[in-house]
Design a protein around this ligand. Structure first.
Ligand code: T4K
Length: 368
């Protein structure tokens, strides 16, 4: 490959269309603090997803931190080690002890069958992740939460536009948190959101992301500054007009990978789940070194030699990082599936502007 191909490339709205929005911002001089584009963006996003309330944020990590504050979560929270570090960091920033539980062997989300054994009197919530956009076993998770009186906060950073039987995956749990980072299906450069189901909660979240201000002179909580600015909100509004086209292009790329890689012994990947609308945020493959004849790291290095930069998301496991590895629940023997999958995974390039010819070339390299 002459030019490097990275795991992703942001979809950006047409510049000439964005300029019209910028002109409005320059005229109004409202550039942040719940301005008109921010309000319109929240409304249009809620309509797009089919959810009741959404509060947009400056990034997904601060949205996770704030979601935990909004529900006043304390003590211990059960979560997955197979995610981006921000999932667990958000607990740490709230002085909450993360408790890692292994992932299910099919879709690599927090395994509901293993959750109950990790519950203690200190457990207050579950924080599963819809990793790579594949929905968690939401019914089983909710049953456990209801039985033990726990809250559920989904990290839905990878699940933009994902639906189960035509219902947004964001409608499940107490709160869902999204990331609109440059590397995501839908981006506002940096950005994020919390989705909730009632007006009071939306109000509380809005206070929390604005220093705790309920009005000009009343501070109701030790809030933070996590507001999205008007330029990002305008960019997001414009992006929303083009997103379905971007998702269609991603689907074509995913289908091409699946078609090309389906008969290679030792390479495994996910199919679409029944009744689920996928949006193809990532295209992870899993290498069984014995069957395939090379290790995941050899594949990763070989692609690099050819100017293709796949990424080993999510290796190392969060539970292996120095900050967390001392925790009892972080022991690899407690997390056999996650440990295995972290050693097999490589995410192949997928983004709307990726040429199908390049996808074929990547597949040909993997066929050798
Ligand atoms: N929860 C989950 C499950 C998450 O996956 C994430 C974020 C979060 C929470 C937190 O949300 P945020 O606070 O980020 O909103 C990236 C992203 O920084 C991170 O947002 C994302 N997950 C994570 C999975 O990936 P890196 O360090 O791997 O990104 P980076 O900079 O190496 O980018 C990957 C490739 O993308 C580059 O090689 C080239 C391309 N790229 C990247 C950027 C930033 C571009 O072409 N243009 C760009 O502007 O972490």
């Amino acid at each position: 490959m002459n030019k490097p191909i990275y795991v992703t490339q942001p979809a950006m709205p047409p510049l000439n269309e964005f300029i019209i929005y910028l002109q409005k911002i320059w005229e109004s001089k409202i550039i942040t603090n719940n301005g008109p584009f921010h309000q319109q963006f929240e409304k249009e996003l809620a309509d797009y997803f089919g959810v009741k309330y959404i509060s947009v944020f400056s990034n997904g990590t601060l949205a996770l931190v704030t979601a935990l504050q909004a529900l006043r979560i304390t003590g211990e929270v059960i979560t997955t080690p197979f995610s981006f570090v921000a999932t667990t960091h958000s607990l740490w920033w709230n002085n909450i002890k993360p408790v890692f539980v292994d992932i299910d062997p099919e879709h690599f989300n927090l395994d509901p069958e293993k959750i109950e054994a990790a519950i203690t009197p200190q457990t207050t919530a579950l924080m599963p992740v819809h990793v790579f956009g594949n929905p968690c076993k939401i019914d089983a998770v909710q049953r456990i939460a209801d039985t033990y009186g726990l809250k559920v906060i989904y990290d839905a950073a990878h699940a933009f536009g994902v639906k189960i039987n035509d219902n947004s995956v964001l409608n499940y749990g107490d709160l869902s948190v999204m990331s609109f980072h440059a590397t995501k299906v839908f981006n506002t450069i940096e950005g994020g959101a919390i989705i909730c189901h009632d007006e009071k909660m939306k109000k509380r979240i809005d206070f929390l992301k604005n220093f705790g201000f309920a009005d000009e002179v009343t501070v109701v909580a030790p809030g933070i500054n996590a507001k999205m600015n008007e330029l990002q909100a305008a960019y997001g509004l414009l992006q929303l007009k083009h997103i379905d086209n971007c998702i269609d292009k991603r689907k074509l790329i995913a289908d091409t990978y699946r078609q090309q890689l389906k008969d290679i012994p030792g390479i495994r990947f996910h199919s679409d789940m029944k009744g689920v609308r996928h949006t193809y945020s990532y295209f992870p493959i899993f290498i069984d070194a014995e069957q395939y004849g090379s290790t995941r790291d050899q594949v990763y290095e070989n692609l690099k030699i050819h100017n293709i930069y796949g990424r080993r998301y999510f290796y190392p496991l969060i539970s292996n990082f120095p900050t967390y590895r001392g925790l009892h629940s972080a022991k690899p023997e407690n997390l056999p599936t996650a440990t295995k999958i972290a050693g097999q995974v490589i995410c192949l390039p997928i983004y709307p502007d990726l040429n199908i010819e390049n996808v074929h070339e990547i597949c040909n390299l993997l066929k050798k």
